[in-house]
Write a protein that binds this ligand. Structure first.
Ligand code: NAP
Length: 526
C-alpha cells in the first residue's frame, strides 16, 4: 500500500533534513490533511541535481525502446496507486472524482504517447549530408545532425492539474522522452499527490533498470526551493506552468545566471473569443450556453479559460447576454484550489466590478466552503476597454468580460491590440469567416491556437497541438507545452562532422538501423 511520508524523493532515498514544515490543506474544509512535509534545503536540491547529473550520461544513452518502456511503466505504476491517489488528489484540490480519474487517464495516455514517439524515433530529426570529396573548388565534408537531450532539467508542478501538469505531467514526460534527467519541484498545494506520483516514477525507474537519480522530487512552500533549482549550475532548462508573476520571476532568474538557460514558462492568458455577426444572429443561445460551460469548467481554473469575449452590436447580442446571464446565475462554480488562488480571483473580479465603465450582469451560486467563489460575467464597450490595458489581464477563475464592439473596424482593432495569448476563438458562419479573413492574419501573430466554432477549454494531447503563444502567455513562443512537439524543448541539435561510422550515433548511421525518417542529402526517406 503506498504511504505518504512527507520526505523528498532524492533518487532512491526518502529524506528530509529541514525543520521548516508545512501541511496540505483541504480547500473544501480549510483543515490540514495528514502528513507533514518539509521545505527542501539548498543541500537537498543540490543532492537531487548532482544525482540527475550522474544519471544523465547513462540515461541519455538508453535505447529508444528502453526509454519508452520506462515511460509506459510510469503510467502503469500511477494506475497501481489506485484509490489512494484519487482520494488524496481530491482532498488536496477539491476537484471531483470524475475529473481526477479523467486526469489520471490523460496523464497515463500522455506518457504512453511520448513512449510511442520515442519508440518510432524520427523525432530526433536526423539529417545527413554525405561527403563530396571531389566537389570543386573545395571538397564537402560529411555532415550529420540530430537532436540530443539537454542534460538535467527542472520541472515545476502546476496547481491546477495535480496529475497532468504536475510530477509526471507533460513537462516531465517530454523531458524524460527527450533523454533528460529531471528534478521536480512539487506544487505546495498538493504535496501528498506529488509524493505518491513521485514514488510511482521511482518504482518504474527501478523496475526498468534506469539509473538512480533519473528523476527526483523536492517539495517546498517558499520561493527558495524553486530558486535553488533554477539557479543550480547543472540544471539546463526549466518547465513551468503557473502565474505570470512566478513564471516571469523564474525566467528573469534563469537569465541572470552566469550560464543562462531556457525557461519554458506557460503563464496563462485570457483567451479572447470573437463572435461574428451572422453566428450571433443564428446561434446566440447555443453560443451563450457553451460559453457558460466553458467559463465555469473546473471552477474556471484553466489557462485556456475564455476571459474576454468580443460581441457585435446587434439586437441578438442582447439575447446572448441574457441567456448567458440566466445560465451563470444557476451555476454553482465550486471551490478553488487554494485560499491564495481564491483571494486572487476575488481581488481580480472586484477590480473589474469596481471599474467605471464595467457592469456586472450575472453572479452565480456559491458552495458553502471556505474557498468557494461565484462565477461572474461583466460587460463593457470597446471604447472603454481600449483605454484600460489591465482589463485584458487574466483573472484566474470563473469570470468573463464581454466587450461590445460597434463595427468590424473596432473588432479588428481589438484583435490588433491584444497581447500574446494561448488561444483565440472565432464563432462565425461560412459567410462571416469569408468576411473576416483579415482577423485570422492578425490572430496568427497573437496566439498559439485558433479555434473556429468551439471553446478553448479542453486541450487535446496529440501531435498537432500547440499550447503556447507569444509573451506574456509564455516565455518561449516557438514551443508548446502540450502535445508531442513539447519534446523538442528539452533537446538541441548537435552536428557531427567527418565522424567515422563507428563513432556515429545509431540514428545517424548509414544503414539506418532504427528505420527512422531522415533528411538524407535533402530528401526525406527511411
Ligand atoms: P504560482 O504562484 O505561479 O506558483 C507555481 C509554482 O512556482 C509554485 O511551485 C511556486 O512555488 C513557484 N513559484 C512562484 N513564484 C516563484 C518565485 N518567484 N520563485 C520561485 N518559485 C516560484 O502559481 P499557483 O500557485 O498555481 O497559483 C497562483 C496564481 O497562478 C493563480 O491565481 C493564477 O493566477 C495563476 N495560475 C495560472 C495558471 C495557468 O495555467 N495560467 C495555472 C495555475 C495558476 P511556491 O508556491 O513555493 O512559491
Amino acid at each position: 500500500m503506498p504511504a505518504i511520508t512527507g520526505n523528498h524523493l532524492i533518487g532512491n532515498q526518502k529524506l528530509a533534513t529541514s525543520t521548516a514544515t508545512f501541511t496540505a490543506i483541504n480547500p473544501k474544509t480549510g483543515t490540514p490533511l495528514p502528513a507533514m512535509f518539509y521545505e527542501a534545503t539548498e543541500k537537498e536540491v543540490d543532492q537531487a541535481v548532482q544525482l540527475a547529473e550522474k544519471a544523465f550520461p547513462i540515461y541519455s544513452q538508453k535505447s529508444p525502446d528502453e526509454i519508452a518502456t520506462f515511460l509506459e511503466q510510469i503510467a502503469e505504476e500511477i494506475l497501481n496507486l489506485g484509490d489512494t491517489l484519487v482520494e488524496r488528489a481530491m482532498a488536496e484540490t477539491a476537484l471531483p472524482q470524475g475529473r481526477i480519474q479523467g486526469e489520471r487517464g490523460r496523464t497515463m495516455n500522455q506518457l504512453k504517447l511520448f513512449a510511442s514517439v520515442v519508440r518510432e524515433g524520427s523525432w530526433v530529426d536526423a539529417r545527413i549530408d554525405n561527403a563530396e570529396p571531389d566537389r570543386q573548388p573545395f571538397p564537402k565534408a560529411d555532415i550529420r545532425q540530430m537532436q540530443r537531450p539537454l542534460g538535467p532539467v527542472g520541472v515545476f508542478g502546476a496547481s491546477n492539474f495535480p496529475l497532468a501538469f504536475s510530477v509526471a505531467g507533460g513537462d516531465t514526460a517530454s523531458a524524460l522522452a527527450a533523454g533528460c534527467t529531471v528534478v521536480i519541484k512539487g506544487h505546495p498545494a498538493h504535496p501528498g499527490t506529488s509524493e505518491l506520483v513521485g514514488q510511482a516514477i521511482i518504482q518504474a525507474a527501478n523496475k526498468t533498470g534506469m539509473p538512480e537519480g533519473v528523476c527526483s522530487l523536492v517539495q517546498g512552500r517558499t520561493n527558495d526551493v524553486g530558486e535553488y533549482l533554477v539557479k543550480h549550475p547543472l540544471i539546463h532548462a526549466i518547465g513551468f506552468t503557473g502565474s505570470y508573476r512566478g513564471g516571469k520571476a523564474l525566467f528573469d532568474l534563469a537569465n541572470q545566471r552566469p550560464n543562462p538557460i531556457p525557461v519554458y514558462a506557460e503563464m496563462g492568458s485570457t483567451n479572447p473569443v470573437f463572435i461574428l455577426p451572422n453566428a450571433m444572429k443564428e446561434r446566440s443561445e447555443e453560443i451563450a450556453n457553451g460559453l457558460a460551460g466553458s467559463v465555469t469548467l473546473g471552477v474556471g481554473q484553466f489557462c485556456t479559460n475564455p476571459g474576454i469575449v468580443f460581441l457585435p452590436k446587434i439586437p441578438q447580442s442582447d439575447n446572448f447576454q441574457q441567456v448567458l446571464a440566466d445560465n451563470i446565475k444557476t451555476i454553482t462554480a465550486g471551490t478553488m484550489l487554494t485560499a491564495g488562488i481564491k483571494n486572487a480571483f476575488n481581488q481580480g473580479a472586484a477590480n473589474l466590478k469596481n471599474s467605471a465603465g464595467i457592469q456586472t450582469i450575472a453572479a452565480g451560486k456559491m458552495e458553502a466552503t471556505p474557498n468557494a467563489v461565484a462565477a461572474t460575467i461583466f460587460t463593457t464597450n470597446f471604447e472603454a476597454f481600449s483605454k484600460e490595458a489591465d482589463w485584458a489581464e487574466e483573472v484566474f477563475g470563473p469570470s468573463s468580460l464581454l466587450i461590445n464592439t460597434s463595427n468590424k473596424a473596432q473588432l479588428l482593432q481589438a484583435a490588433k491590440d491584444l497581447a500574446g495569448h494561448l488561444t483565440a476563438t472565432i464563432h462565425g458562419t461560412e459567410e462571416d469567416l469569408a468576411n473576416y479573413q483579415d482577423l485570422f492574419a492578425i490572430l496568427e501573430r497573437k496566439v498559439g491556437r485558433i479555434l473556429i466554432n468551439g471553446f478553448p477549454t479542453g486541450v487535446e494531447v496529440c501531435h498537432s497541438m500547440v499550447h503556447g503563444g507569444p509573451f506574456p502567455a509564455t516565455t518561449a513562443p516557438q514551443t508548446t507545452s502540450v502535445g508531442t512537439n513539447a519534446i523538442k524543448r528539452f533537446a538541441r541539435p548537435v552536428c557531427y562532422q567527418n565522424f567515422p561510422a563507428s563513432l556515429l550515433p545509431i540514428a545517424l548511421q548509414d544503414e539506418n538501423p532504427l528505420n527512422i525518417w531522415r533528411l538524407v542529402d535533402g530528401e526525406i526517406k527511411k
